[in-house]
Design a protein around this ligand. Structure first.
Ligand SMILES: CC(C)(COP(=O)(O)OP(=O)(O)OC[C@H]1O[C@@H](n2cnc3c(N)ncnc32)[C@H](O)[C@@H]1OP(=O)(O)O)[C@@H](O)C(=O)NCCC(=O)NCCS
Length: 231
């Protein structure tokens, strides 16, 4: 199988003026074959080897993007390992984040020069109004609903962004908190055309105490949204 038919060419975009460019590709799970791991020279961990085809494809495309991102940053070590609870392990002095959704994968990485920080990025297909029920029920707080009621765009877009921004927050916060925490841990208390503003609802970590606010940037990509969080 020709690997270039599995994944399209990388595209670059800025999600925030403070963040490095995001890399995005489209890929076709139907064209995935496990031999692509050796063609791309990407190690296949045992936990992924025993996973279903779509998970293997997601993992491969994520590591492929991570390698491009790290290479462009001048990092010699370009493999990203798997840590506790699936948290990616980036090479020393580098950090980044990955997301895959419905044949779209995104990655962002940066060098931590002076201070350590962690990034979360998330890509979600936009929900239709009919699909927002489970997200409202599982992931929205009272504050999220109130913010939605003042949001000038559709509530379907708001709940798509709210869910994605909480996933981005989780990815950036996990290396500090080091355990799973639920969607009620943060609420979107404001939103504008570029940013969603989160408040922490209970103490998660000395750096993420109740009342702390975190600005997350986002982009509406048409059929999907991409969100970014740096902590
Ligand atoms: C872990 C989770 C955030 C991943 O999000 P997702 O939308 O399912 O999947 P995505 O494709 O966007 O992201 C997957 C990537 O997230 C990263 N990831 C997985 N677990 C992670 C963790 N514990 N910490 C940080 N990043 C993690 C990995 O890079 C993974 O890709 P990989 O396995 O190929 O390396 C999600 O599955 C989850 O468990 N959510 C529940 C916890 C939560 O969000 N709480 C709400 C807090 S406000």
């Amino acid at each position: 199988m020709e690997k270039d038919f599995f994944v399209g060419p990388p595209g670059y975009f800025l999600i925030s003026s403070q963040a490095p460019p995001c890399i995005q590709v489209t890929y076709d799970v139907a064209k995935f074959h496990s031999a692509l791991f050796s063609e791309y020279a990407i190690p296949l961990p045992d936990t992924i080897k025993s996973s279903c085809k779509s998970r293997q494809a997601d993992f491969l495309v994520g590591r492929y993007l991570a390698r491009i991102a790290l290479d462009e940053l001048g990092c010699d070590e370009t493999y990203v390992g798997i840590g506790d609870n699936g948290c990616p392990v980036w090479p020393e002095n580098f950090t980044g984040s990955l997301s895959h959704a419905d044949g779209i994968a995104v990655c962002i990485a940066q060098k931590n020069d002076h201070t350590a920080s962690y990034i979360g990025i998330d890509c979600e297909r936009k929900l239709s109004l009919d699909e927002t029920g489970p997200v409202k029920e599982v992931a929205a707080t009272r504050t999220d609903h109130l913010t939605c009621s003042a949001y000038p765009e559709t509530s379907a877009l708001f709940y798509s962004l709210m869910f994605s921004v909480k996933e981005s927050f989780f990815k950036a916060a996990y290396p500090y908190v080091k355990r799973y925490f639920d969607f009620d841990a943060v609420s979107v208390f404001d939103i504008d055309p570029h940013n969603a503003y989160l408040q922490v609802n209970y103490d998660l970590h000395p750096r993420l105490m109740k009342g702390k606010t975190v600005t997350c940037s986002y982009r509406d990509m048409g059929d999907h949204v991409i969100t970014h969080c740096l902590i």
